[in-house]
Design a protein around this ligand. Sequence first.
Ligand code: IPD
Ligand code: CA
Length: 271
Amino acid sequence: MPLAEDLQHIAIEIAREAGELARRRRREGVSIAATKSAVADIVTEADREVEVLIRTRLTEQRPGDGFLGEESGAESTLADAPATGITWVVDPIDGTVNYAYGIPSYAVSIAAVSGDPEPEWWLALAGAVYNPASGELFHAARGSGAWLGDERLAVNAEPSAAGALLATGFGYDPATHAGDLARVARVMPLARDLRRIGAASLDLAFVAAGRLDGYFERGLNPWDHAAGALLVAEAGGMVGGAGPRRAAGKAMTVAAGPTLFETLLRTALGE
Ligand code: IPD
Ligand code: CA
């Protein structure tokens, strides 16, 4: 089996097991374990437990790979670079606020990337985004398309005459909200409507599936978009951001079909 497909298979299997653990813990009741960068940025015991499970499984199956997870940061079996050149970029529960409130829009997001594990430089090889509350598992391997179960995904080629159905998100830090709202005001003339689903990995998966025409957000971390961005690219869409390389990342992440992409990116950036 080619490497990317092998990694995809591992991502799918582990995302399913991790998602079932998250769902079980949700049923048992969730409490907030701590706040992180801002009071609104929370972590539950389940986030931590699910990340440990994912990491344990990856270490069993791919002991030479690196690991970059939301709850444990960057670690690899070697000091700087993983022996295999591959790093797993993991969000154990993306949409933690939804999870804590019982809104069934959260997901386990697992991606395998090669090269420097920075969104600007990495090459995404495989990814899985699993929402255990809906049972939907989105997955992709580089060069083999994006899939929802066994249905092949394609982005919307053309937004309708009524405008694009878009999604966005807002950072946890209140200091960023004025800028986020100004961006929404700039983008609204392109939109037929705007969604705030609350899990970046699902926003991206929905662009890949043609359920959204586009998505834009500032402030994402690598684990929020690693798997979802590959889904969009493999579904024929485009993903980008700010800076000289226009790479998706903290400064900006935009995803859309090829017709809408450039306009949405420029508008989101205020160019
Ligand atoms: C968050 C979600 C949210 C996005 C935030 C992310 P978390 O991830 O993806 O939709 O707006 O920027 O941090 O904290 O729930 O894993
Ligand atoms: Ca996240």
